[in-house]
Design a binder for this molecule. Structure first.
Ligand SMILES: Nc1nc2c(ncn2[C@@H]2O[C@H](COP(=O)(O)OP(=O)(O)OP(=O)(O)O)[C@@H](O)[C@H]2O)c(=O)[nH]1
Ligand SMILES: [Mg+2]
Length: 315
């Protein structure tokens, strides 16, 4: 491994926030040596619990994340935040209020905020976020909160692997139902009806509960539906308590861990084989050559694919 990697890994071990930030960027950019660095990081992983917060745009996810974070910090936890959303207040939203919110959270003692764009991560968003979680874990973060808008598939993939997934709904515009339609209901461990200071919050709670009872296959699992007002902090202590109970009770769910490792390994393998193929085959002009051969009638696409698979994966 190159020396500069070693240097940052040492820094990470010694609690340098700068090293943590740098490592996340380097890994995200797939800088040479990233896999060796991740091997070391992986060996130092274990204790971090990941909380995924998702929901429709403007539902109050960032405000909620901020309140949760400050409550957790008060309780003595070290918290990391990954905001996956280019328009997130954490990344500098256009509104003054958003800027202020971002400032409050990122200057909080013991809090590390990292923003990530939906597009741009070389290995894909979901891997980039998970790599970042692992780096924060090795640094010693107790809790990492990932905030994403619950729209695109990428965003859903990211939160899916969290230890606890919170789906945020709001009253008005049929948002509660919308979230459910988007197919995120299945991944929700909790529902939070935020903006409960607005009219219709109880109706959304009932709608969600009705949906849950209709679709529930496993009656043993009770999905909590809580109300919050993130702006004032109302309902946050109850939410933190419910979260804490959930995380304690799911301390060891081998099935979930197994599924996560399986999924992650498969995605990583797919991404890396595709990258290797690009590097060793496409970038070396072999794609162009193959196209020529197909046009001239010498070869067909199928035998070429078979040949590439054989030579690159088996040999
Ligand atoms: N009335 C009311 N407003 C809230 C509440 N929580 C958040 N807001 C407001 O809703 C707006 C959006 O809040 P954000 O926290 O930025 O929402 P978000 O879900 O992170 O938004 P995106 O990341 O852009 O999807 C802000 O103006 C907040 O002040 C709440 O409980 N009640
Ligand atoms: Mg946000």
């Amino acid at each position: 491994m190159p020396n500069d990697w070693e240097e940052q890994l040492d820094g990470l071990k010694q609690g340098s926030v700068r090293s943590m930030a740098r490592l996340i960027t380097w890994v995200e950019n797939r800088r040479t040596g990233w896999m060796d660095a991740m091997k070391t990081i992986y060996r130092n992983n274990g204790q971090t619990r990941v909380i995924g917060i998702t929901g429709s745009p403007g539902a109050g996810k960032s405000t909620l994340t901020g309140k949760l974070t400050s409550t957790l910090v008060e309780k003595g936890y070290s918290v990391g935040v990954i905001a996956v959303d280019p328009s997130s207040p954490f990344t500098g939203g256009a509104l003054l209020g958003d800027r202020l919110r971002m400032k409050t959270i990122s200057t909080m003692e013991g809090v590390f905020v990292r923003s990530m764009a939906t597009r741009g991560a070389l290995g894909g968003l979901s891997l980039a976020a998970r790599d970042a979680v692992k780096i924060m874990d090795a640094f010693g973060k107790d809790i990492v909160i990932i905030e994403t808008v619950g729209v695109g598939q990428d965003e859903v993939e990211v939160v899916k692997t969290a230890d606890l997934v919170i789906v945020v709904c709001v009253p008005g515009q049929g948002d509660g139902i919308q979230a459910i339609k988007a197919g995120i209901m299945e991944i929700a461990d909790f529902f939070v009806v935020n903006k409960a200071d607005r009219e219709g919050a109880d109706q959304v709670v009932m709608d969600i509960q009705t949906m849950l009872s209709l679709s529930s296959q496993d009656n043993d699992i009770k999905v909590p539906v809580l109300k919050t007002v993130s702006t004032t902090g109302q309902g946050i202590p109850e939410l933190v308590e419910t979260m804490s109970d959930f995380l304690t009770n799911t301390e060891k769910t081998p099935k979930k861990t197994e599924n996560r490792i399986r999924e992650e390994l498969l995605v990583l393998l797919e991404k890396e084989t595709a990258r290797a193929l690009r590097k060793n085959w496409v970038d070396k002009g072999l794609l162009d050559k193959a196209v020529e051969n197909i046009i001239s009638g010498e070869r067909d696409p199928y035998s070429i694919v078979q040949e590439v698979i054989k030579t690159s994966l088996i040999n």
